[in-house]
Design a protein around this ligand. Structure first.
Ligand code: SAM
Length: 236
């Protein structure tokens, strides 16, 4: 069976699988004034690199949710190794298994673009407290893309849409947020940063096609630097 890009991320156990990686997450979290009594949801947590960082550094009550059991197993290993008490939940971003107004912060690092955006956005709003905040780092279309290239990129990642920053705003407001701020993430994809590098938890058996997919992802990132951008959305 053909592996999807997300299957490959899970098989390779890529931690920090979002634009800007842990370095950008750290920078954004610094501004959030996180306190130990606060509840944080890492939506689509992957192997939990950011969830672990928040639990370790800010001592918040962190919940890490993902739909992929392989990701969650690797997330569990990480938390056990670091003796961190993070609640790990299998669930769907489009139908979150939490009560209304549960979280102070929902973090979505390269997740909403992969799912039904409308559903996921309104679920984020629903599970946030009234004063809570959604912090999302997501891909957006910046330059002009030929429709065939756009389709190729969407098919590769499994996106149903590649929104512009403006379109993201429309979707976020339509999903119930009343205040949406965004900025383009300035990301240097090509200078090694060992302190914040993605970490890998590779499964025992990996389809070799996954290594090719990761290379293809790097190739696309490099080739479409002018046409694709990454935005940080801070929404209330
Ligand atoms: C690009 S990865 C980012 C992972 C993580 N946020 C990180 O930065 O390392 C996207 C993640 O979203 C998860 N995901 C995809 N669809 C999902 C859904 N419907 N509900 C919850 N998580 C989902 C994937 O399993 C994957 O872990």
């Amino acid at each position: 069976m053909k592996q999807t890009y997300l299957d490959c991320l899970a098989a390779l156990g890529v931690g920090g699988a979002h634009p800007g990686g842990l370095k950008l997450s750290k920078k954004l979290l610094e501004k959030e004034n996180l306190q130990p009594e606060m509840t944080v949801l890492d939506l689509g947590c992957g192997t939990g690199q950011t969830a672990a960082y928040i639990a370790r550094k800010y001592k918040c009550r962190v919940t890490a949710l993902d739909v992929d059991p392989t990701m969650l197993e690797k997330c569990r290993q990480r938390m056990d190794e670091e003796a961190l008490s993070v609640e790990i939940v299998r669930g769907d971003a489009e139908n979150l298994p939490f009560k209304d107004r549960t979280f102070d912060l929902v973090l979505a690092e390269s997740v909403i673009a992969f799912v039904d955006m409308e559903k996921a956005i309104s679920e984020c709003r629903r599970v946030l407290r009234d004063e809570g905040c959604l912090l999302a780092i997501e891909i957006s279309k910046y330059g002009i893309l030929h429709p065939e290239e756009e389709k190729m990129i969407m098919d590769f990642y499994g996106f149903t849409e590649l929104p512009t920053e403006k379109r993201w705003h429309e979707k976020l407001y339509a999903g119930g947020f009343t205040q949406v701020e965004s900025e383009m993430a300035k990301i240097d994809f090509f200078t090694p940063d060992f302190e914040n590098a993605p970490d890998f938890r590779i499964s025992e058996v990996v389809d070799p096609a996954c290594f090719d997919m990761l290379q293809e992802h790097e190739y696309l990132t490099k080739s479409y630097q002018e046409e694709l951008s990454y935005h940080i959305f801070r929404c209330k």
